[in-house]
Design a protein around this ligand. Structure first.
Ligand code: ARG
Length: 457
């Protein structure tokens, strides 16, 4: 008979119900945090005078033994253990007998599980933040040599104006910088201790929750026991940060997929993260970048899954909440598997700067021509119209912007009579983008310094 049912029930659980009700595949990874939380709880019981010194020692030694058995693979849970908490308590009971029966005094699985998850998530988030910082360092290193490397910037995926490869890579850098900030906020939400809330309403024991919090590295004690066991906001905060990161990775991956096509030809992908085709021997597939792209919808769905699990759920604990880990850990697994591959991809990708430069045809400088006409006294709308007509004429003749003869230029507008010599030059166009946050090398060098500062902060 399961410990959670003993006494109350006459009949056994059915096999089908045991299978349905077991959350071991969802929560087994929480075993280190469950042992840690139980150890801190046992010490609190001792301090509150609920258990004796000898019990404390027996339980502490027992928990350490369970941990080493799990680590070595000597102890594996059974399906009918129901969850990680019951599995560990069962093994503890087998190992140390009577004192183990006192461990669950002044505690419910409801406050236990959410304590474990918060502890676990803290570590996960710290890992994400380190990995993100690593990616940002990589992007900085890849951007630095390319402050003067021209490439097209796109709007509507049509070639628009000239930018630099460094500026583009730094755009990715800032996306990840904000993601790192969002994870810091999510981390803070994990720093509230639920343990001590009991099943829902608090305990008949004066447990020193602040001491438990300090012991487990929490900054605050949850101020309301009902909220403490029902709250999964912290997991939503994590998933929201993870979803935005995954969407960012999907946009970066999507661009790399495009850049790796023969049509773009901006990058060559490293062997280490490229796939082949089982039939077409010539293929080099951008699998890593495609999986970055696919991570966006996956993690966004995880966020949706948890939010809708919480929707309309009455306080306090409900078994629906068990499903939090399905969504949460799917996102964790997705991000943890992805980030090292993203690092390999960003470190190994080769940029074809010649192709990027060749893609900066003279029409990308049309806005520069319009701006020059503004300098010559035309209102911008008129300058826009004249330059549009100039582009049309060049397209008709099959020539570049700088190639129209002076008489044709003068016929288009007196403002063009002075010619547009030198304007249809990608490097000149780049250097002219001097507004704060712009593409000009002088601005991008400042941006690199800002980015370095952000990493050091
Ligand atoms: N395994 C459950 C979870 O993951 C914890 C048990 C909650 N309590 C209960 N009476 N079922 O949320």
């Amino acid at each position: 008979m399961s410990k959670a049912r003993s006494g109350r029930f006459a009949g056994e659980r059915s096999a089908a119900f045991i299978a349905l009700n077991s959350s071991l595949t969802l929560d087994w990874r929480l075993w280190p945090e469950d042992i840690e939380g139980s150890t801190a709880h046992t010490q609190a019981l001792k301090r509150a005078g609920v258990i004796a010194d000898a019990d404390l020692r027996a339980i502490e030694d027992g928990l350490a033994q369970v941990a080493s058995e799990i680590e070595s693979g000597a102890f594996v849970p059974r399906d009918d253990d129901e969850d990680v908490h019951m599995a560990i308590e069962r093994r503890l009971t087998e190992l140390c007998g009577a004192p183990a029966a006192k461990l669950h005094t002044a505690r419910s699985r409801n406050d236990q599980v959410v304590t474990d998850v918060r502890l676990h998530l803290r570590r996960v988030i710290e890992g994400h933040r380190d990995a993100l910082r690593g990616l940002q360092e990589l992007l900085l290193a890849r951007a630095e040599p390319h402050v003067e490397t021209v490439m097209p910037a796109y709007t509507h995926l049509q070639r628009a104006q000239v930018t630099s490869l460094a500026h583009h890579l730094l755009a990715w850098f800032w996306m990840l910088e904000r993601d790192r900030d969002r994870f810091a906020v999510a981390l803070d939400a994990c720093l509230e201790l639920p343990l001590g809330a009991g099943a829902a309403v608090g305990l008949n024991y004066d447990i020193d929750r602040a001491a438990v919090a300090a012991e487990l590295g929490f900054e605050r004690v949850a101020p309301n026991s009902l909220d403490a066991v029902a709250d999964r906001d912290f997991a939503c905060d994590y998933l929201a940060a993870a979803a935005t990161l995954a969407i960012h990775l999907s946009r970066i991956g999507g661009e790399i997929v495009l850049w790796a096509t023969a049509e773009f030809g901006f990058v060559a992908l490293p062997d280490a993260v490229s796939g082949g085709s089982s039939i077409m021997p010539q293929k080099r597939n951008p699998d890593a970048a495609e999986l970055m792209r696919a991570a966006g919808p996956r993690v966004a769905a995880d966020l949706q899954g948890l939010l809708t699990t919480l929707h309309g759920l009455p306080l306090a604990y409900n078994t629906d909440l068990r499903e939090d880990k399905r969504y949460l850990f799917d996102a964790v697994d997705c991000i943890q598997a992805l980030l090292p591959v993203v690092a390999e991809l960003l470190a190994g990708v080769k940029f074809d700067t010649g192709t990027m430069a060749a893609a900066c045809g003279s029409f990308l400088m049309a806005t520069d021509v319009a701006d020059e006409l503004v300098a010559r006294g035309l209102p911008f709308r008129e300058a826009h119209h004249v330059t549009g007509a100039l582009v049309r004429r060049c397209l008709e003749k099959g020539c570049e912007l700088g190639e129209l003869p002076p008489d044709e230029l003068a016929a288009l507008s007196p403002a063009l009579a002075g010619g547009i010599a030198g304007l249809a030059d990608a490097r000149r166009s780049l250097a002219a983008k001097v507004s704060a946050g712009g593409s000009a090398p002088v601005r991008v060098r400042e941006q690199l310094a800002l980015a370095r500062e952000a990493l050091e902060a």
